[in-house]
Design a binder for this molecule. Structure first.
Ligand SMILES: Cc1ncc(COP(=O)(O)O)c(C=O)c1O
Length: 399
């Protein structure tokens, strides 16, 4: 780990943490800000949480900062718990007729693809899977795969900005443009977007975009957003229906009011997000742009180290890499699917070699990938330790 920068986090110093991609990791200053919010909340619980007394004002300040950060008007942004919540809200609100189709991709996040299957089944609609190749040579292959999966009954495309098992940056702008030309709506799952990519939601132009603020933006868990184009906001409802369904909030659209209050919750993660942005702007010279560039350079370095050790080549062109990279491991016997089950190699790397890195089975059980993350607290030695661990476990050859 980069000792100097890692001191900003409370991460276990004995472990090379190469899995920022799963749940992020919040820096100390951000957690301190969150703690202050929680203290204020517990000091005056009613004044703090009753929306019209102070909460709305605080949420609006965060929304405004986030709108600037994501490249969209604040009024088009709702808060959600996380990307799964955002995807569910859109899908469960989406009117489907029997025979309609939703397109998902083979790289899609399982939970979100499940939500698409659920709403399709409920409506007598169907799900088509766009088969994006991997390894991939060119982003155009992803655009072509999504286009090929669409037909005249396709109503919605659910596509990731950065894919979870494979770490690919997908060309969402082109996918959105082509979909719009065919009259198909788009839902972009940008769970990994904020903090990894320069986000510009207005430019991408998707109908719906959701993302996490607790991953690469380093906000506290649980914090997410949902952006909806203004003309569609009336139709998108939160997964939990609460007061604002029949009680307007003065000066707020129903879209904002419904998502702002889905029952008692702890707003401290959301209210700490501006501290996360400030932290990343100040953690290294050059601010967030430098953080993104440095994470990308580091994951490339890690990729080279692991490609050597594993005797494999990069699986994607550089243009599709942000701060996540997946590389193939030798195949293993298929195992029964079980949510939360950890691959034995992942456990061995953690317990014996003190490396935390995900071993993903994709697209089928037994086809294994190691997924590298890079965050500013990492350095070259983390990838070298991983390579040595893979050699010791018989998964890679000594140099
Ligand atoms: C592409 C993608 N979508 C959605 C999610 C779900 O994130 P959360 O569990 O915070 O909702 C993830 C998590 O890694 C992801 O990679």
């Amino acid at each position: 780990m980069n000792q100097q920068l890692a001191q900003h986090w409370g991460l276990n110093p004995e472990v090379a943490f190469l899995n920022h991609g799963s749940f992020g990791a919040a820096p100390r200053v951000v957690l301190e800000a969150q703690r202050r919010e929680q203290d204020a909340q517990e000091r005056d619980p009613i004044h703090y949480l009753a929306p019209e007394r102070s909460l709305y004002k605080k949420l609006d300040a965060v929304r405004s900062r986030l709108g600037d950060f994501l490249g969209c008007p604040a009024d088009d942004l709702a808060f959600v718990r996380n990307a799964t919540d955002g995807v569910n809200a859109v899908l469960r609100s989406f009117k489907l007729e029997p025979g309609d189709r939703i397109v998902i991709t083979n790289h899609g996040y399982n939970a979100c693809n499940n939500a698409a299957r659920y709403v399709a089944e409920r409506a007598g609609a169907e799900v088509s899977v766009a088969e994006i190749p991997f390894p991939i040579e060119d982003p155009a292959e992803a655009v072509a795969a999504v286009a090929a999966a669409c037909c005249d009954r396709t109503r919605l495309i659910l596509v990731d900005h950065v894919t979870s098992p494979t770490g690919l940056i997908l060309p969402v702008e082109e996918i959105v443009q082509q979909a719009r030309a065919r009259g198909i709506r788009t839902l972009v799952d940008a769970a990994h977007g904020p903090g990894m990519l320069a986000m510009d939601l207005e430019r991408v132009g998707a109908d719906y975009t959701t993302g996490n603020l607790h991953k690469w933006l380093c906000g506290p868990k649980v914090s997410g957003f949902l952006h909806v184009r203004p003309e569609l906001q009336e139709t998108v409802r939160p997964c939990v229906i609460s007061h604002a369904a029949n009680t307007p909030a003065e000066g707020r659209s129903r879209f904002i009011a419904e998502f702002d209050w889905t029952g008692t919750f702890d707003p401290s993660p959301l209210l700490s997000v501006p501290h996360a942005i400030d932290f990343l702007e100040g953690v290294i010279p050059g601010g967030l742009a430098a953080v993104r560039a440095s994470n990308r350079a580091l994951v490339m370095e890690g990729r080279a180290i692991l490609c050597d050790a594993l005797g494999v080549r990069p699986q994607a062109p550089d243009a599709m890499v942000g701060s996540l990279v997946a590389l193939p491991l030798p195949a293993a016997p298929p195992r029964a699917r079980s949510h939360g089950r950890v691959d034995p190699l992942q456990l061995a790397l953690f317990e014996k070699h003190r490396v935390e890195v995900p071993i993903m089975h994709w697209p089928n059980q037994g086809q294994r990938w190691v997924r590298l993350s890079a965050q500013v607290y990492n350095d070259r030695s983390d990838y070298e330790r991983l390579a040595a661990g893979l050699v010791a476990e018989g998964e890679a050859s000594p140099a």
